[in-house]
Design a protein around this ligand. Structure first.
Ligand code: GAR
Length: 210
């Protein structure tokens, strides 16, 4: 059983997808803590409703990124987390932290990386005129939105889409591939080689549009 801490900043719908997946008896990971930099994150409520311990590490209380990262690390130790899932966690973690947790941090990003790193992904996808966009679950490296890709799912961009409708369609796919990626890792079916991941017997969720 892989003991996972989930870091959130906002509404926490990906956290909910992970909570729901972990509720299955045969799921190989469990969430030992939900940590947020934002005391108002709805993710904290979702965790409480699911009986998962929570902690707030408010970035405003720390004078620099290093002390903020160290405070997160302290919480992770306290909860004996062995793996981290970033689920809409909107703070950049510094290289020192990321390297300490090398290959043990997973992130979800609402685009087909390496396209559209950073913020306002759907607006930029629409402006660029791509026919497909999607989402990516990847291992975190110190450079923002970089690192070995575990799973991706594609979404068609329709002529009538705006940023909100596109984000909604992408989010449905996020909720499918994030738990699946965590499952593959927890089962030990993912190995990392350079910037690539090799997955033994990957099975995409049937509902995901690949
Ligand atoms: C999700 O769309 C996630 O992919 C994105 O924030 C949203 C969080 O929603 N993450 C990033 O943009 C990280 N670079 P949620 O709080 O409902 O899971």
């Amino acid at each position: 059983m892989l003991d996972v801490a989930v870091l959130v900043s906002g509404r926490g719908s990906n956290l909910q997808a992970l909570i729901d997946a972990c509720a299955a008896d045969d799921f190989p990971a469990r969430i030992v803590a939900v940590i947020s930099n934002n005391p108002g994150s709805y993710g904290l409520e979702r965790a409480k409703l699911a009986g998962i311990p929570t902690a707030v590490v408010n970035h405003r209380d720390y004078e620099d990124r290093e002390s903020f990262d160290n405070a997160i690390d302290e919480e992770l130790k306290k909860f004996k987390a062995k793996f981290i899932c970033l689920a809409g966690f909107m703070r950049i973690l510094e290289a020192r932290f990321v390297n300490r947790w090398r290959d043990r941090i997973l992130n979800i990003h609402p685009s087909l990386l390496p396209s559209f790193k950073g913020l306002h992904t759907q607006e930029r996808a629409l402006e660029s005129g791509v026919r497909f966009t999607g989402c990516t679950v990847h291992i975190v490296r110190p450079e923002m939105d970089e690192g070995p890709i575990i799973l991706q799912a594609a979404v068609a961009v329709d002529p009538e889409d705006d940023a909100d409708s596109l984000a909604e369609k992408v989010l449905i796919q996020e909720h499918l591939i994030y738990p699946e990626a965590l499952k593959l890792i927890a089962l030990g079916r993912v190995s990392i080689s350079g910037n690539r991941s090799i997955i033994e017997k990957a099975e995409y969720p049937k509902e995901a549009l690949i």
